[in-house]
Design a protein around this ligand. Structure first.
Ligand code: MN3
Length: 208
């Protein structure tokens, strides 16, 4: 049995219509994410990372091949992405996360604008993240390709991602063509803040 497996989506392929369409979701999960899983399993064979957890591979990814970096990132990032989407999302954060967002960014609208602009400003393929720094503060950053803030290759923006939005064209091109901004606007209609809150509270608990 292979080390890493493609996780099932927690909803059907059409569940996020009309914001994220069935065809994009199907190809994104069954083809793109599956390929990251398969290529990661292949790239790990015979390496010292073979027995490590995914997060531990990412934390020292600079030691491994570009194939491990790209595909471990791809597997982690997509697994997170599916988990924070929902057909019946909680549309605003509450509790500790809401308080921290207000304290750090001023308002929810402000952090949403930062996340959108980071995604729009990412030239080519990548991701826009809201992440928890190891000092307990929040920040927004865009990364190229399948990189993410867990990677030790992130020199100035390291931490634990709690929200990520995929800005590769494969995430939106069938429905939105070149209009990345429209896709990023639609993302908020399927983003489940309760999943982001849960990640935040779990991580804050580990930092303290
Ligand atoms: Mn993708």
């Amino acid at each position: 049995m292979s080390k890493f497996q493609l996780p099932d989506l927690p909803y059907t392929y059409e569940a996020l219509e009309p914001y994220f369409d069935r065809e994009t979701m199907t190809i994104h999960h069954q083809k793109h994410h599956q390929a990251y899983v398969d290529n990661l399993n292949k790239a790990l064979i015979g390496t010292s990372a073979e027995d490590l957890e995914l997060e531990d591979i990412l934390a020292q990814v600079s030691q491994y091949s570009p194939a491990v970096r790209n595909n471990a990132g791809g597997h982690y990032n997509h697994s997170l992405f599916w988990q924070i989407l929902s057909a019946a999302p909680k549309t605003t954060p509450t509790g500790k996360l809401a308080n921290q967002i207000d304290a750090t960014f001023g308002s929810l609208d402000e952090v949403k604008t930062k996340i959108k602009n980071a995604g729009l400003g990412q030239f080519g393929s990548g991701w826009s993240w809201l992440y928890l720094k190891y000092n307990g503060t929040l920040d927004v950053v865009a990364t190229a390709n399948q990189d993410n803030p867990l990677m030790d290759t992130q020199l100035t923006s390291r931490g634990v991602p709690i929200l990520g939005v995929d800005v590769w064209e494969h995430a939106y091109y069938l429905k939105y063509q070149n209009k990345r901004a429209d896709y990023l606007d639609a993302f908020w209609s399927v983003l489940d803040w309760s999943a982001v809150e849960k990640r935040y509270e779990d991580m804050i608990g580990k930092l303290i």
